[in-house]
Design a protein around this ligand. Structure first.
Ligand code: C2E
Ligand code: CA
Ligand code: CA
Ligand code: CA
Length: 279
């Protein structure tokens, strides 16, 4: 209260702020330890082709098994990891483990399978990121064309020129690129045209009420048409109902992901799902 009156009503010190900062520092040191201690694990969500229903790819989604706090979803630690730079170690862990898993699946006969891995702004701003990806591919023995990196619009728009250099270097390696959460950022179409991307993922917020909301229908249809004119493959994420799936198929959307087909699965459950799905 003294601090409040001395500063014209601006509170410089919130009660509980100490605990907040302490919590942040604990989280940071926990995160730094987590990659070394292998506390992360990966889930795989099937990505299907809408025309014939085949699945030849999955998106990799990270989870954190915290020794005290239990399983922590990515929304609770990825933004923090991005702010503090801890994301670089997480991306390295995720990429390395995802590619080793993919190599094993290729050996087990799932030869056509590809994986989509999420990367953040901080990753794209590292000049040696493409080299790091190349090393991870070589270490696992996976061909670059079986990896697609998902980058959000906002990650690119943070520093478009630097991001562009990185994306072009990744493309030269043969890695595929996807724009994630499309429609939620502020990327101009002019930039989109220049980006060396192959896939466009329409954000869930436009997909979920596609069977009811005519404004969403207009947005999604024109996004699909625009993407196709630019030679991009379109993925719709967050499909939960058959009605939405049918509309997307009618609009010519290429690929689909969502709880309707499958939730994100552990590696063993994913292979079981693939077996059942293919038979
Ligand atoms: P995202 O990349 O947009 O991933 C899609 C999210 O939607 C996932 O949440 C997935 O479980 C969820 N989802 C999939 N289908 C449906 C559906 O039909 N309905 C609903 N309501 N949700 C669906 P998750 O796994 O909690 O991941 C949240 C976000 O955390 C991701 O959003 C991504 O931005 C980030 N993230 C996850 N894993 C990684 C990672 O390895 N690295 C980085 N940098 N970010 C990650
Ligand atoms: Ca994603
Ligand atoms: Ca997304
Ligand atoms: Ca998202």
């Amino acid at each position: 209260n003294e601090a409040k009156s001395a500063n014209h009503g601006v509170r410089l010190f919130e009660p509980g702020m100490e605990r907040h900062i302490e919590h942040g520092l604990t989280l940071l040191s926990d995160l730094r330890r987590a990659a070394e201690a292998d506390e992360f694990f990966l889930l795989f969500q099937p990505k299907l082709r809408l025309d014939d229903g085949r699945c030849d790819a999955a998106e990799v989604l990270v989870r954190w098994r915290h020794p005290q706090r239990g399983i922590v979803p990515p929304d609770r630690f990825i933004p923090f990891a991005e702010q503090t730079g801890a994301i670089k170690a997480i991306t390295r862990w995720v990429l390395g483990h995802a590619l080793l898993q993919l190599a094993q699946w290729h050996r087990e006969g799932w030869a056509g399978l590809s994986l989509n891995v999420n990367v953040s702004t901080r990753d794209l701003m590292q000049p040696d990121f493409p080299a790091q990806v190349e090393r991870a591919l070589r270490h696992a023995g996976v061909a670059a064309g079986h990896l697609c990196l998902e980058v959000t619009e906002s990650a690119i728009m943070d520093d478009p020129l630097l991001a562009m250099d990185c994306l072009q270097a990744l493309n030269r390696l043969g890695v595929r690129l996807a724009i994630d959460d499309f429609g939620t950022g502020y990327s101009s179409l002019a930039y989109l045209k220049k980006l060396p991307v192959q896939e466009l993922k329409i954000d869930r917020s436009f997909i979920s009420s596609l069977d009811r909301d005519e404004a969403d229908v207009t947005i999604v249809r024109s996004t699909i048409d625009m993407a196709h004119h630019m030679g991009l493959s379109v993925v719709a994420e967050g499909i939960e109902t058959e009605a939405v799936s049918q509309r997307l198929r009618a609009f010519g959307c290429d690929q689909a992901q969502g709880y309707l087909y499958s939730r994100p699965l552990s590696s063993t459950d994913f292979v079981d799902w693939l077996r059942q799905h293919r038979s």
